[in-house]
Design a protein around this ligand. Structure first.
Ligand SMILES: O=C(O)CCC(=O)/C=C/C=C(\O)C(=O)O
Ligand SMILES: [Fe+2]
Length: 314
């Protein structure tokens, strides 16, 4: 049973920033290539590893991982609002399989997902309900973080489950990263208002949503102009990680620590956990070939921006 994979950065700035035309075109070209790869594979099921940015998961109950039996887009940054097409029975079977392999996952019967989960579905499929999708939340912004080994093992367990399907063509998606440090509040440094949002800021008013988004848009403008007080992108770190993922041997990733990742590649570099889980899932079906790899450090998007596509080797 073979699997296919697409991992891609997302960015709240995709529709709200104005990088040079050559950069925007290159990103659109990468999306076009990923879309063509997916069209050719023609998946019947998607398993999507994605983080959240305090839209669905908050500090009142923050799991490291969560499998959604149903999911709803919250509609941030111009992304689609409304239900995803989640095959609930398959999702339940997946959660049971993973639990039996000694990985503790939360489940949600109504997961709320933001641009982190929605952008890849919109970019690759043109909508959020086009292909049955099991959403898997992987915490990428909220301390504490589980070990990278644990993330790899989650991906392996999910991949092993997917290889049991003789009747499906499964695409695994990983959304986020690479090096970047957008202005997502941190509990340790947040003021009272920001802590209230981090604790349980579900369903903000339109005005509050707009204020949150504008802060990110303003920071991106300042970052592009060289005046933002956020950590710089780290293309060397990004490309080294992509090379490790492409190699098929993910074992070096086990040694990465959250502290060093934040120091080297910014507080949101933890989003690469979704890529690690996705590649580990793909690897569960055997050796794989990378069909496509794109990378640009893009300050206007506050992102070391990567796209990869891969498939089980024939
Ligand atoms: O609204 C907030 O306060 C959180 C900011 C936010 O949502 C930033 C998101 C950034 C990314 O998704 C990213 O760069 O990966
Ligand atoms: Fe993100």
């Amino acid at each position: 049973m073979s699997l296919a994979l697409v991992t891609m950065s997302h960015s709240p700035l995709l529709e709200y920033a104005d990088p040079p035309a050559e950069v925007a075109d290159a990103v659109q070209g990468a999306f076009d290539t990923a879309r063509a790869f997916v069209k050719d594979y023609d998946p019947t099921l998607v398993v999507s590893f994605a983080p959240d940015h305090y839209n669905g998961f908050f500090y009142d109950l923050m799991p490291p991982f969560c499998i959604g039996y149903e999911a709803v887009g919250v509609g941030d940054y111009g992304t689609a609002e409304g239900p995803l097409n989640v095959p609930a029975e398959r999702a339940e079977e997946l959660a049971q399989w993973v639990a039996e392999r000694d990985i503790d996952v939360a489940i949600s019967r109504r997961m709320e997902v933001d641009h982190g989960a929605i952008q890849p579905l919109e970019i690759l499929f043109g909508g959020i309900d086009a292909v049955p999708t099991i959403p898997v939340f992987v915490n990428g912004v909220a301390k504490p973080f589980v070990t990278m080994r644990r993330v790899r093992r989650l991906g392996e367990a999910i991949g092993a489950f997917l290889t049991t399907f003789e009747d499906e063509r499964v695409l695994v998606l990983g959304s986020g990263g690479l090096s970047h440090d957008p202005p997502v509040p941190q509990w340790a440094t947040a003021d009272d208002a920001a802590r209230a949002m981090l604790l349980s800021g579900r369903h903000p008013t339109a005005v509050a949503r707009q204020a949150r988004q504008q802060r990110v848009i303003d920071t991106a403008k300042a970052f592009a102009a060289g005046t933002a007080a956020i950590q710089d992108l780290n293309p060397a770190w990004d490309q080294a990680l992509m090379a490790t993922l492409a190699s098929g041997d993910l074992s070096p990733i086990d040694a990465m620590t959250p502290e060093q990742m934040a120091k080297d590649a910014g507080n949101s570099s933890h989003e690469v956990r979704t890529w690690v889980a996705a590649f580990a899932a793909l690897g569960a079906a055997g050796p794989y070939d990378v069909a496509y790899s794109f990378y640009r450090p893009i300050r206007e998007y506050i992102a070391g921006f990567g796209v990869m596509a891969a498939r089980t080797a024939p």
